[in-house]
Write a protein that binds this ligand. Structure first.
Ligand SMILES: C[S@@+](CC[C@H](N)C(=O)[O-])C[C@H]1O[C@@H](n2cnc3c(N)ncnc32)[C@H](O)[C@@H]1O
Length: 381
């Protein structure tokens, strides 16, 4: 399956084009194109082609996070955010223009995703941050570039408090993060969150004779499996019509032996789950990470959100890349978590803020190899 819209380039065309600009090392050292961390100012398509050619980075990046322009037709100035109510002044410097729209916008993103995929190692993941208006189009492009079967989640991110909208529509408090992996064998450090007391009482609403809080789950799941053992009778009990046992008969026997089945008066078993075994719960696909009220960059993202993604989908010493790095939150979080990083942005304002993040005195606390970086700029041929 391939996505075709007016004048889009073939994947081969995108890959074979050469970088149009040269790059100059401004600060830091790298020898033989070996480096720890890189910050590069320039158009990310050129920069990425240059990195692929000169830095031998094909299949070397383990995690990509990108928070792309959202085709909002806005100009973002330093000092104003997409969500805050503080307005910018025309005197504030432009952070970036978000003026591309329609098929030009989609092709702009598609080309960059095609190149990004070249960087990605076999165990890598990509997270793309986008809003509800354009996100569904980007999903289709990502399915095309990475494969429908490599789509893992569309995470709903609660980004702000409810607002008083004037228009007749539901208030928008969310954006989306589309999560894909390069292969089926990817880094996954299970993220768990602690359940609060109220949640425990709500979810585990029964108490057994030893005063342990528990809940029960059905032992069957939808769908008939005609071949497997789980579609057959267990202890003379048929799974309900159109359903099958969640476990093989020997596992059901084992659960019963361990006292982990609760039998209803009419002989229907359910699995017992104790609260004290589940003090931590699995993170689901709705996340609440509100962005800073007073952002240092108009579209600055929440650092805890970035840390969660980095911890879950990369390991120490691996390389994290953000090709639309803005104020550098991804890079900074990666550095704090002992990951190497590459950041690209074409905005002077973004690059200045990113540099400041790495140079302020509180950050000397973390000062280590992950906080040192080479800085390069795009120049004309
Ligand atoms: C939504 S912002 C990213 C904000 C960032 N996540 C943060 O927390 O600050 C998108 C960024 O992409 C950059 N950008 C847009 N087009 C670009 C391009 N072709 N090459 C490099 N950077 C680009 C903009 O300058 C802007 O900083």
């Amino acid at each position: 399956m391939h996505l075709i819209f007016d004048n889009n380039k073939t994947i081969l065309d995108v890959l074979k084009e050469k970088p149009e600009k040269k790059f100059k090392l401004i600060s830091g050292n790298y020898s033989n194109h070996k480096f720890n961390n890189l910050l590069i100012k320039g158009d990310n398509l050129n920069v990425m082609k240059f990195l692929l050619e000169d830095f031998n980075l094909k299949h070397k990046i383990d995690l990509v996070y990108i928070d792309i322009p959202f085709a909002t037709n806005n100009v973002f100035r330093a000092g104003v955010s997409r969500t805050s109510t503080i307005s910018s002044s025309r005197n504030d410097p432009i952070a970036y223009n978000d003026k591309l729209k329609g098929k030009d916008f989609l092709e702009f993103i598609r080309e960059r995703l095609i190149i990004l995929r070249e960087f990605m190692s076999d165990c890598s993941s990509i997270y793309l941050h986008i809003d509800y208006k354009i996100g569904h189009y980007i999903k289709i492009i990502m399915d095309d570039v990475f494969g429908f079967d490599k789509f893992r989640n569309d995470i709903t991110r609660i980004k702000c408090n409810p607002k008083n909208f004037k228009r007749n529509a539901y208030g928008n408090v969310k954006d989306l993060i589309l999560f894909y992996t390069k292969t089926n064998n990817y880094v996954w450090n299970e993220p768990k969150i602690k359940m609060d007391g109220e949640n425990i009482i709500k979810l585990f609403n029964k108490i057994d004779d030893k005063r342990r809080r528990y809940t029960t789950n059905p032992l069957h799941a939808p769908g008939e499996t005609l071949n497997g053992k789980s579609g057959k009778k267990w202890r003379n009990l048929e799974p309900p019509k159109g359903r099958h046992w969640r476990y093989a008969p020997e596992v059901l026997d084992e659960l019963d032996k361990k006292g982990l089945l609760e039998w209803s008066d009419n002989g229907v078993p359910r699995k017992i789950i104790y609260a004290d075994d589940y003090g931590m719960k699995r993170l689901q696909d709705i996340w609440e990470f509100k962005d800073p009220q007073n952002p240092i960059y108009p579209t600055e993202k929440n650092l805890a959100l970035l840390e969660l993604i980095i911890k879950t989908s990369s390991n120490e010493n691996q390389i994290v890349m953000d090709a639309f790095c803005g104020s550098g939150g991804t890079l900074y979080s990666a550095a704090k978590l002992n990951r190497n990083w590459i950041g690209i942005d074409k905005s002077d304002v973004a690059i200045d803020i990113t540099k400041k993040r790495f140079s302020t005195s509180e950050n000397t606390l973390y000062f280590n190899q992950y906080f040192e970086y080479c800085y390069l700029e795009e120049t004309e041929y």
